[in-house]
Design a binder for this molecule. Sequence first.
Ligand code: FES
Length: 181
Amino acid sequence: MTDNLPIGDVARRTGVSSSALRFYESQGMIASTRTQGGQRRYRREVMRRIAFIRIAQHVGLPLQEIKTALSLLPDRRAPREEDWERFSTAWRDRLDERIVILQALRGQLSTCIGCGCLSLKRCPLYNPSDAAARLGTGPRYLLGDVPDDIHQKTNPPSTDALRPPKKRERPRFPLSMTVEN
Ligand code: FES
């Protein structure tokens, strides 16, 4: 099997258009050499990089983050297992974060996500008057906030909370009177 593949072969095998391959190359995400006639030639291992780019884009990772992760791989030689290990370690946190968001999305598609639309019946309950906007931008409840955070994060505890609790008041009636039979 040849190791120096023309762009058309790489496009066919990866399912990525030639123009997208040229774009990835212009962004420094993949590399090629040129024949004497100026045609691109890719080493076979480029297909693994392209697979990672496609999957990462598919789950919504920004291009800049994909580029940063790929920059950990050598492009003048075939990446070895330890190179991929470094790559996956750098990416693990981002992927874990994505997994949490996607799981939240799956579980909350039919309920209020705190996005500001106020379009569902439950929005007034979970996000009254778009109070979730005080927590930041975007769908706050998909990003890890919960409705209780609106009060807690936007109203820091007063100094009263730091004082020792007052003595409990003595009940006005004997306790036995409050117990129902
Ligand atoms: S779903 Fe958008 S604010 Fe409730």
